[in-house]
Design a protein around this ligand. Structure first.
Ligand code: UT7
Length: 447
């Protein structure tokens, strides 16, 4: 950008160009790996008939959903995210230690902090990576991809793991038939890598309209009491105004994809595949209609997994890639929409050509890094516990040990003394008895 076009140049003090700040060649962010993980447990529409007043016919015609996956007790957002990430690393043929950054888009983290991304970083053994969670509800994955691609373009990082992961079954109101039939659990991940080869992520549009914040909510720790006392909302429970969100979604999908296409001089007709957020089959069909593209060019797996929020696009992407629906050179669009309200669209030129041979060569090393990570986790945690003790705590602890040992020593010493005393007394007594038996009395001697 020229100085005359730089809107803020008049407000900036011109900084020095440091010796290390060499002009960099342009970088492009490419998707080089992908993977998904869903729980084994399946909840069908028929199963739901036993939980709420609903039926398979209503759910199928209004949403297109037939079944969804539900996390087992031992499964968490972190475990699903980690498994999806491992599969993406396999496809990318990259070691966890080569990652520079991990971003997890999620609305169902296990903690507000630590981030799910930090827990995944630990489990993978990605010891050189920064990690943070990104909150943009169902648009989260596209937001996270955009952040990752932007960082790659600046040259500050080269290899980024982006994950969308959710365990929505834990925050769904299982008494609300308007929402509990929609959501499911799962995770999807991609690996992005920087390169001077053009292609990869071409453009993106991120938007938000906070006036619609109350159409889709999941109140958590610091929610206002008044909001929670209206009888409609509950802490850690999803609330949705379905019709309101439906109207918003159908309005923004087409608009945002067209805007992202325009940024790179493309038309909807140039799209080989659109991977939308999997919320409702009717919304997916509507997207094809507004873009004036055949329905086959809009990917859908909503029937099998329902709405998995931030995980839905990467899960769909991993399945589309596995099914051969995307090939090198294709133009693919992602579009997400949801709570916030937020929405985001992205256009990508697919460039990945996974190499099977390299995959087998480094698979063992990846497994080694995972094993090392689990050993390191327990060793480091123990060591940290020891190290966290302050010098005063160390001194107090050492004194306590010394005092205990001294007391034990004294106790043992007096015990030994008593025993010795008893032995001596016993020996003294038996000696005097013996001498009494052996020595004749004065009288006997005189006689
Ligand atoms: O990921 C975030 C983005 N979320 C979305 O994109 C969701 C967008 N919204 C939707 O997908 C749809 O609005 C829903 C699927 C949630 C609901 O479909 P709808 O066609 O908008 O239904 P509705 O809420 O207008 O309800 C129609 C009727 C109502 O009965 P009355 O008032 O007409 O007698 C509901 O009580 O359907 C009833 N209903 C049900 N009936 C059987 C609502 N849920 C159910 C149900 N089973 N599960």
């Amino acid at each position: 950008m020229s100085d005359s076009n730089d809107r803020s140049s008049h407000r900036l003090y011109p900084g020095r160009v440091l010796a290390g700040q060499k002009p960099r060649p342009p970088r492009y962010a490419h998707i080089v790996g992908w993977g998904m993980e869903v729980p084994e447990q399946v909840l069908t529409n028929r199963d739901l008939e036993a939980i709420v007043d609903t039926n398979d016919e209503w759910i199928t015609t209004r949403t297109g959903i037939k079944e969804r996956r539900i996390a087992a007790q031992h499964e968490t957002t972190t475990t699903l995210a980690t498994r999806a990430a491992q599969k993406a690393l396999d496809v990318a043929d990259i070691l966890p230690s080569e990652l520079d950054l991990i971003i997890v888009a999620t609305a169902t983290p296990e903690h507000i902090f630590p981030s799910t991304a930090s827990l995944v970083q630990d489990r993978l053994g990605a010891t050189n990576a920064g990690a943070f969670d990104l909150s943009a509800a169902c648009s989260g994955f596209v937001y996270a991809l955009d952040v990752a691609a932007s960082k790659i373009r600046t040259g500050s990082v080269n290899t980024v793991l982006v994950i969308g992961a959710e365990t929505l079954s834990r925050v769904v109101d299982w008494a609300d038939r308007g929402t509990c039939i929609l959501f499911g659990d799962g995770a999807g991940a991609v690996v992005l890598e920087g390169s001077s080869v053009p292609g990869g992520i071409l453009s993106s549009v991120l938007r938000s309209d906070g006036t619609g914040w109350d159409l889709l909510t999941l109140p958590t720790v610091s929610s206002r009491d008044t909001y929670l006392q209206d009888g409609q909302h509950e802490m850690h429970r999803i609330y949705m105004d379905g019709r309101g969100v439906f109207r918003f979604a159908t309005r923004v999908i087409g608009e945002s994809i067209k805007e992202a296409l325009e940024q790179v001089g493309l038309q909807p007709d140039d799209l080989d595949l659109v991977i939308p957020h999997q919320a409702n089959q009717r919304i997916i069909v509507y997207a094809a209609k507004t873009l004036k593209i055949p329905e086959e060019r809009v990917y859908s797996n909503v029937a099998r997994y329902g709405n998995t929020s931030a995980a839905s696009i990467p899960i769909a992407l991993a399945e589309a890639a596995a099914e051969g629906r995307i090939k090198a050179g294709d133009i693919v669009a992602f579009v997400g929409f949801g709570g916030g309200l937020t929405w985001a669209a992205m256009v990508v030129e697919w460039t990945a050509v996974p190499s099977k041979q390299a995959y087998t060569l480094t698979r063992g090393r990846r497994k080694g890094e995972y094993a090392l990570a689990s050993v390191r986790r327990s060793v480091v945690r123990w060591w940290r516990r020891l190290m966290l003790l302050s010098p005063t705590t160390w001194i107090v602890a050492a004194r306590r040990v010394l005092t205990q040992q001294r007391a034990q020593f004294r106790e043992r010493r007096s015990e030994l003394r008593e025993r010795a005393q008893r032995v001596m007394e016993r020996e003294g007594r038996s000696k005097s008895d013996r001498s009494a038996d052996a020595e004749p009395s004065d009288k006997e001697a005189r006689e």
